[in-house]
Design a protein around this ligand. Structure first.
Ligand SMILES: CC(C)(COP(=O)(O)OP(=O)(O)OC[C@H]1O[C@@H](n2cnc3c(N)ncnc32)[C@H](O)[C@@H]1OP(=O)(O)O)[C@@H](O)C(=O)NCCC(=O)NCCS
Length: 166
């Protein structure tokens, strides 16, 4: 498959079910995300429709109508923090290492900047080397570490805090 077969598009209602499957699949790997299964389809549906109506940057990587990755940056709504945004991203196992994560990140950061977000801040597990490398390469800096912040399946993991001014 060539890069051109995968399109990065703003999420729309037609992709919600496939996005939910993709999110669930990555969550069930029990390594990378803050949850180990996707929220129910109904709440994902509501969440995405609300994001679309608020013009929150949320993109999906698609092959035809199948979602193989996603990237979003949700603005923080608390007064005093609205210049900050919190990203989420993932690529389906089997589609990683082909540049889709990078494309999703670039597209989402561009849209976040357009929408007025100045600071993108995230948390990533210390064991998640591919994500950390991707963020470092894009210019995110390390701001701190939460020691042993996750304990899952009997294993501790540190949570790294990273941020980028866009
Ligand atoms: C993190 C993730 C989104 C990266 O997406 P991807 O499509 O595989 O990444 P890309 O192919 O676009 O690679 C972009 C950069 O990431 C880094 N990277 C990707 N895979 C890597 C690996 N296996 N080892 C080290 N660095 C890696 C590299 O810096 C790479 O740039 P380069 O190819 O120019 O060296 C993907 O691995 C993923 O979905 N992981 C599970 C979910 C997740 O971790 N989400 C983020 C939670 S904080």
């Amino acid at each position: 498959m060539s890069q051109g077969d995968v399109r990065i598009v703003p999420i729309s209602e037609e992709y919600i079910e496939s996005f939910h499957k993709c999110l669930d699949s990555v969550a069930r790997e029990r390594q990378y995300l803050g949850f180990v299964e996707a929220p129910p389809l109904e709440s994902t549906h509501e969440f995405v429709l609300s994001n679309i109506s608020k013009e929150i940057p949320q993109y999906v990587a698609v092959i035809g109508r199948t979602v193989v990755g996603w990237g979003d940056i949700s603005p923080i709504t608390l007064e005093g923090f609205t210049h900050c945004g919190s990203p989420g991203m993932g690529v389906l196992l089997g589609y990683r290492g082909k540049g889709y994560g990078k494309r999703l990140m670039e597209t989402t950061i561009f849209a976040a900047k357009e929408s007025g977000i100045e600071r993108v801040e995230l948390e990533v597990y210390a064991s998640n080397i591919p994500a950390i490398k991707l963020y470092e390469k894009r210019g995110f800096v390390h701001e701190g570490v939460k020691k042993n912040a996750r304990k899952l399946d009997g294993q501790y993991d540190d949570v790294l805090l990273m941020a980028l001014f866009i």
